[in-house]
Ligand binder design. Structure first.
Ligand code: FE2
Length: 206
């Protein structure tokens, strides 16, 4: 049984950056539906007790094509949104420090360069999808984007997502309409860098 993360803040806590109605609809409708559909498909496929990261890293082991597709889409939606909601905070924004800052500087030159590159990837993702900051097994940071509910776990190269920017229109359309770049800018105002650093520390622990 896969469970949605409990939001550690109220729906309106990220105002004015992310509005309350978007948060409520996103969490209680979209994310809830991905989670229910994942649980239904995972039960049918006999993988309901698997770790979600392992499941998404080994989708080719699901022989039934329709179930594999359902678990890719809904399992991705479940995992991606747990990460997304868990790395935002009303006390977010600013810049990371410690190991994460050092790794960002090493990989991208500076925090500002990192932010520009990830924002560009997220803004440039055609249609619905995600922009990602991930780490490889050695702690090297990588940026990417993906369509639909895909994520770096599915690429099978050991990259673990640390932070994902949801650029589906359901994440921003009520407030930002077609202005995806404005939403991305606002998203960075609520990123919980302590949570992202904790995700990074987990990768480094192995
Ligand atoms: Fe979403």
């Amino acid at each position: 049984m896969f469970n949605q993360i409990q939001l550690p803040y109220a729906y309106d806590a990220l105002e004015p950056h992310i509005d309350a109605l978007t948060m409520e609809t996103h969490y209680s409708k979209h994310h809830a539906a991905y989670t229910k559909n994942l649980n239904d498909a995972a039960q049918k496929a006999g993988v309901a007790d698997k770790d979600i990261s392992l499941l998404l890293s080994s989708l080719d082991q699901i022989s039934d094509e329709a179930l594999r597709k359902a678990i890719r889409n809904n399992g991705g939606g479940f995992y991606n949104h747990n990460l997304y909601f868990g790395t935002m905070s009303p006390n977010g924004g600013g810049e990371p420090d410690g190991d994460l800052k050092a790794a960002l500087d090493q990989a991208f030159g500076s925090f500002s360069d990192f932010k520009d590159k990830l924002s560009g990837l997220a803004a440039g993702q055609f249609g619905s999808g995600w922009g990602w900051l991930s780490s490889d097994r050695n702690g090297k940071l990588i940026l990417s984007s993906s369509p639909n509910q895909d994520n770096p776990l599915m690429e099978g190269n050991g990259h673990v997502p640390l932070l994902g920017i949801d650029v589906w229109e359901h994440a921003y359309y009520l407030k930002y309409k077609n202005l995806r770049a404005d939403y991305i800018k606002a998203f960075f105002e609520v990123v919980d860098w302590n949570a992202v650093a904790a995700n990074y520390a987990n990768v480094l622990k192995g």
